[in-house]
Ligand binder design. Structure first.
Ligand code: AHR
Length: 668
């Protein structure tokens, strides 16, 4: 990996050195200034308002064990091994019995429960311990809300709770006396933690004599996003809210396709009461043997309603992706027979009704009953994820015809497969354009070189017809870098260079999202990822800050920046784009110096009207290309703001080696 700290050291003494040299020789060392012409034309292309968004998938324990704040793993005993995540605590064999009971004919969505029979049990003699998702993140002083479904055929069992921290210390206690009898009832209790622990456990001790059936054993912290009971981790949502993303793409990703059709994501199974949402194996459970995750399941506590709500909370357009009747082509490649595609298409139509329909419509009513009578105003949907081949086109056409017949203005996003250069891609791209598809979803997980070479990828794309959604992308460092080390400054600055090409082509590129979004440091399958979390904290990688800078400075209209009359697609290692923000009254230039040289820049701004005499630069740079952020140094690589002077439409500044600069120049 290239290091350039030497250059930075040289840079520190360079001005003195230059002064001496220019005194002695007028030619020899004067670094020439690059002249950038920035033109802001008020009638230029509009920036799509939802251009920069986020891609959410339940991968890397992003949902269960991640943003979904449930602390108990396998809360309803539906994992393949029903007691996975649970340990039975027993002092004497005679004190009771624990049985996993299956009543699938009566409760196909939530068939199993735990039956506990005890005789004269005391706290500490018979219990169950849940290990959480790689432990439970517990915070001192915070309230924890426990709830369960239960019924008692013989009354008399009391429950005691202990949060167990490091060295088996009890760091929180509570109790619950079930009051009801024969029918399933929900009951809750709360208690406070006395210490912080990132990897605590919860033990439930049984006391007394009797028989109790237990299901949906659940523990949530009080500090969820917007304090919603059973909600999302506030710190993780805040990271997203801070980006002000234009859209949230959900629920993936390959998870949409499933390993086979049975395992595909079906939104209808993720709405309504949580206890009625059937648990399913997460496809990332078995995908990578070297990152095996046998305990990775989807409870769908974060389901489609919650995805819509999240999008609304953070001011983003919801962008669901639905299965198109095809399972992952890298796994089973199973497709549904064309004459049996109807239910899949119906799911798409019903989803639009769920999101937007009147509260008296079948699915609008479900939304209203979940607490959101107002429509979510869904405008677009992806049909298929990374599907390819003629079989995809056949199915897409059926979806498109049905959706457009009912909702003519609704936008459909089509897949272009898994990679952006192959024959498969060109076959689909040509066909989709011929069909006048609204938006084509392109994915690229590629090494840095690919991104640099493709900074001008869209410069020659047709301006009319289908738009592009860069729906999943990330710069992948060499495999020598593992896990969160893969999100280093090289990956981020290279993405920034490429993104200037997306922005410059806002006439074609409608939306873009980095992927994947979240990864749990102890439980990831796929890296790099934008935000890394543990049970208590999260931090944004350099990629996060690059994405955030683009999103927060997206502007309203395109402007142009040229060097020798050409757009910057790598000349001198420079990449750039420019926009105007008419609401904020700013001209915004994004420029990446992807070289090991310091470069002097002179920006000449051509715009009618007056600029203020000073502007701002947000600069990102690192000590080396391999530098990363971390839990210890979460903002080591993040934007640093400084002021710049603007005089007579000119701005001079120095672009540090390997730096990304967002220059904001206010105008009257
Ligand atoms: O982002 C991780 C995976 O990469 C997605 O699930 C899939 O769409 C792509 O292959």
């Amino acid at each position: 990996m290239h290091r350039y700290s030497k250059f930075q050291k040289i840079w520190a003494v360079l001005p003195i050195f230059l002064l001496i040299l220019t005194k002695t020789s007028n030619h020899c060392f004067a670094q020439s200034k690059l002249l950038f012409k920035v033109k802001a034309d008020p009638s230029a292309t509009k920036i799509p308002p939802a251009m920069w968004g986020v891609f959410f998938e339940d991968i890397n324990f992003g949902a269960d064990g991640g943003i979904y704040a449930e602390l108990i793993k396998n809360r309803s005993f539906e994992f393949t091994k029903p007691l996975m995540g649970w340990t039975i605590q027993r002092k004497k064999a005679t004190e009771g019995e624990l049985l996993v009971v299956n009543r699938k004919d009566d409760h196909p969505n939530n068939p199993r429960y735990l039956q506990v029979t005890v005789t004269n049990a005391q706290p500490g003699s018979l219990g169950i311990t849940n290990e959480g998702f790689k432990g439970m993140g517990i915070k001192k002083g915070l309230r924890y809300d426990f709830s369960m479904l239960y019924r008692q055929s013989t009354k008399g069992v009391k429950l005691h709770f202990e949060l167990i921290g490091k060295d088996n210390k009890v760091i929180g206690q509570g109790e619950l006396t079930p009051t009801n009898g024969q029918s399933w009832t929900k009951q809750s209790t709360s208690f406070y933690a006395t210490e912080t622990d990132p990897k605590a456990k919860l033990t439930i001790w049984f006391e007394g004599t009797g028989k109790i059936d237990l299901d949906m054993l659940s523990l949530f912290p009080e500090d969820t996003w917007m304090k919603r009971p059973g909600g999302l981790r506030a710190d993780m949502v805040q990271m997203l809210a801070d980006m002000k993303p234009g859209f949230v793409r959900f629920p993936g990703g390959c998870i949409v396709e499933g390993m086979d059709l049975e395992n595909r994501y079906q939104w209808k199974k993720t709405v309504g009461p949580v206890e009625e949402r059937p648990t399913m194996i997460n496809r990332w459970n078995t995908e990578f043997p070297h990152r095996s995750a046998p305990d990775y399941y989807q409870t769908f506590g974060l389901g489609f309603f919650e995805y819509f709500q999240l999008s609304e909370d953070i001011g983003a357009e919801p962008l669901p992706i639905l299965n198109c009747g095809m399972a992952c082509q890298y796994n089973t490649a199973e497709v549904v027979a064309l004459d049996e595609l109807d239910p899949y298409v119906q799911d798409a139509l019903d989803l639009i009704e769920f999101a937007n329909g009147d509260i008296n419509s079948k699915w609008g009513k479900v939304r209203a009953e979940m607490g959101h009578p107002k429509a979510f105003n869904l405008k677009m949907m992806g049909v298929g994820n990374e599907n390819w081949g003629p079989q995809y086109l056949e199915r897409l056409k059926v979806f498109t015809t049905a959706i457009k017949a009912k909702y003519p203005d609704f936008k459909i996003i089509a897949s272009s497969g898994t990679d952006p250069d192959s024959e498969r891609f060109h076959f689909l791209n040509d066909n989709l354009r011929a069909l006048n598809t609204d938006i084509i979803d392109e994915h690229y997980y590629r090494p840095a070189d690919w991104f640099l070479k493709n900074a001008g990828r869209y410069d020659n794309y047709p301006r009319n017809g289908s738009k592009v959604f860069a729906g999943e992308y990330a710069v992948h460092a060499d495999k020598a870098f593992v896990g969160n080390e893969r999100n280093n400054w090289q990956s981020a600055i290279t993405a920034a260079a490429f993104m200037t090409g997306l922005e410059r082509n806002a006439a074609v590129v409608e939306m873009a999202s980095y992927a994947p979004l979240f990864a749990h440091i102890d439980a990831w399958q796929w890296a790099p990822d934008m935000i890394w979390v543990d049970n208590l904290k999260c931090y944004g990688t350099p990629d996060y800050y690059v994405q955030k800078l683009f999103s927060l400075n997206k502007g309203t209209q395109l402007a142009s920046i040229l060097l020798e009359d050409k757009p910057l697609t790598g000349q001198n290692g420079l990449y750039a784009s420019a926009v105007m923000d008419r609401k904020r009254k700013e001209l915004i230039v994004k420029i990446v110096n992807h070289s090991d040289k310091l470069q002097n820049a002179n920006f000449q701004i051509d715009r009618p009207g007056k600029f203020k005499s000073s502007g701002w630069v947000e600069e990102m740079t690192g000590d080396s290309l391999t530098e990363t952020n971390s839990f210890k140094l979460p903002t080591a690589i993040s934007p640093k703001q400084s002021q710049v002077k603007v005089k007579a439409g000119q701005l001079n500044m120095t672009l540090k080696p390997y730096s990304f600069n967002v220059i904001k120049i206010p105008f009257n």
